[in-house]
Design a protein around this ligand. Structure first.
Ligand SMILES: [Zn+2]
Ligand SMILES: [Zn+2]
Length: 327
């Protein structure tokens, strides 16, 4: 197999030939067809996440076909198309796993961070986290659903059922979530970098009823807001935009420091929460719904060996929607 491997923090990923691995008990081997590029991959290569062991193959929005199955795997077959998300393994026995919060597992493995991911022609995955994808939609179009879509979905569920929803940061996750929220009959208010008219036009095309810069106030108080941007300054801004009893959900794995803010922004039962990872139930719920909603992902494809360019373009905001490596 070939992979783009992070061997040194801050260095470019290196094209590397590796021996094919056999799946162990409970594992599958997936021949990767496409792998999305996520902001979290930037946090990995920049060393912003703790306890990173090198070398590592990044990538956690994997779409591919099973080409080998380990012992004890049930319900999957060779040739089946599956998606492998960010959460790559949970222990099944810790209090969180037993209590229905496996997204908070005490001993998890994360695809492309603490176990090898999908910037490769093949990967080994825990079969429990290989989600059947069916045959509707292209590999490239489906890849962003595996993280941007799933984390967005969990954030939306946690945001509650309020109709007026603010989205701060209009990248890969928000462009999918705007379609989901609109399909559910909600009104989407999209906040972009001030003056980013291209992102604002993009948000409008995807159903937002109001678009503006993150320095603007929405025309009416919001029921909930989801902060996808990794900018802590936006947290008090979002709190200011939600109504009494409204909720602000931070969806990122990493964020710059949140500045001090007056208590009155939180007063009146406003809530500030974060979303971490996903459960298998989230994956199944969302991936079942996605074809029904008819989500259209905007993708920019790159060949696998151009992974460094894709990361650089993501960092610079040079495309709308999501970058996807094609293997
Ligand atoms: Zn991600
Ligand atoms: Zn656990």
């Amino acid at each position: 197999m070939h992979a783009m491997v992070l061997k040194k923090l801050g260095a470019a990923l290196e094209w590397t030939d590796l021996a094919d691995r056999q799946p162990g008990p409970g594992e599958i081997r997936v021949k990767v067809a496409a792998c999305g590029v996520c902001r979290t991959d930037l946090h990995v290569v920049d060393g912003e996440l703790p306890d990173l062991q090198l070398p590592i193959i990044p990538g956690h929005e994997i779409v591919g076909r099973i080409d080998a199955i380990g012992v004890g795997v049930e319900g999957l077959r060779v040739g089946e198309r599956v998606g492998v998300p960010w959460v790559g393994h949970t222990c099944g026995v810790c209090p969180y796993c037993r209590g229905g919060q496996e997204n908070l597992c005490d001993r998890p493995l994360f695809t492309g961070y603490t176990r090898d991911g999908g910037f490769a022609t093949a990967t080994i995955a825990d079969a429990r986290y290989g989600f059947p994808l069916g045959e509707v939609g292209s590999d490239v179009a489906l890849a962003p659903l595996l993280c941007a879509g799933l984390i967005g979905w969990r954030s939306l569920v946690i945001a509650g059922v309020g109709k007026k929803l603010g989205l701060y940061g209009f990248g890969a996750a928000a462009h999918i979530l705007a379609q989901v929220a609109t399909w559910q009959g909600r009104s989407v208010f999209a906040f972009t970098r001030p003056g980013d008219v291209a992102a604002q036009a993009f948000a409008r095309r995807l159903g937002a009823i109001w678009v503006g810069g993150s320095d603007e106030r929405p025309p009416e108080p919001l029921d909930a807001a989801i902060v996808f941007a990794t900018v802590g300054d936006l947290v008090p801004v979002a709190l200011r935009a939600v109504r009494k009893g409204g909720r602000v959900v931070c969806a990122g794995i990493h964020m710059s420091d949140i500045p001090a803010f007056p208590y009155r922004l939180l007063w009146e039962e406003r809530q500030l929460v974060s979303v971490a990872n996903l459960t298998r139930q989230d994956g199944m719920d969302f991936l079942r719904l996605a074809p029904e909603i008819g989500i259209v992902t905007q993708t920019t494809p790159y060949p696998l060996n151009q992974a460094n360019q894709a990361l650089a373009d993501l960092r610079a905001g040079r495309f709308e929607g999501a970058a996807v490596l094609v293997c």
